[in-house]
Design a protein around this ligand. Structure first.
Ligand code: SF4
Length: 237
């Protein structure tokens, strides 16, 4: 985490005007002689670099980091309705295998539902190392709480470093809840995924109205979570 600090004791009317002009996002306001930063701040640091010397300061705060060596493997959520697996799952398995090869990780699937054991075996033909099946009558239809609980159980037991979820109606509902339970990051609608050698997943997606491709990493928490839309990645033969 990081924050901007304004040294108010160095601010007078002239300096306040100078500061306001330097911010391209109109995030600096002068409230009765006191500088305030509003929610428009993009942390671009221009006020620190180009503003009056020593008035604004950017402070990088130390954050707790996770022991990455305890988190191994790439997990893929098996998106399905009544056991009919959504093809986005196969696309994500293909991508997971590519990413896993960089850091020599196994690829897992987590399959939650009822009467799905036979279908789970099919996934092994796509080169998945292990399929974790949660097969209970109560999980027959997608319901957010029990599905989140099963997914959470999988993450706690297996400790996958990254999790890929299809950006389907179910995936979009499930992934944020799982991410919140682990207080970890989730990047929605990634168009490209890359793996760094330190096991950080580079999640690439358009940002700022498609004007830039943002590369998002989640270096301090695990698991790293990404959703990907159908037909963005290629399925394996
Ligand atoms: S960091 Fe950038 S956006 Fe934020 S107040 Fe400074 S200049 Fe404005």
């Amino acid at each position: 985490m990081s924050k901007l600090i304004c040294h108010q004791e160095k601010v007078n009317e002239l300096i306040a005007e100078e500061l306001i002009k330097v911010c391209p996002f109109q995030a600096i306001e002068n409230k009765d002689g006191k500088i305030e930063i509003n929610s428009g701040c993009k942390m671009c640091k221009l006020c620190v670099k180009n503003g009056p010397a020593g008035v604004m300061e950017f402070v990088e705060e130390q954050t707790a980091t996770v022991d990455k060596s305890l988190w191994k493997g790439i997990g893929v959520y098996v998106d399905h309705v009544d056991g009919e697996i959504h093809p986005v799952t196969m696309e994500l398995i293909g991508k997971a295998k590519e990413l896993a090869a960089v850091v020599d990780f196994p690829v897992y699937c987590v399959f939650i539902g009822h009467d799905i054991r036979q279908k789970a075996e099919e996934l092994l033909y796509y080169g998945v190392d292990e399929v974790f099946v949660y097969d209970y009558e109560e999980l027959k239809d997608f319901r957010i709480e029990p599905y989140t609980a099963a997914f959470e159980d999988f993450v706690n037991k297996v400790k996958p470093s990254s999790l890929l979820v299809g950006a389907t109606t179910i995936g979009r509902s499930l992934a944020p809840r799982v991410a919140a339970r682990f207080r970890t990051g989730l990047t929605a609608d990634c168009t490209k995924l890359e793996m760094k050698e330190d096991t950080d997943l580079v999640q690439i997606r358009p940002a700022f109205g498609g004007n830039i491709m943002a590369q998002i990493i989640c270096p301090n928490t695990r698991p790293q979570m990404a959703t990907v839309r159908y037909k963005v990645m290629n399925a394996l033969e």
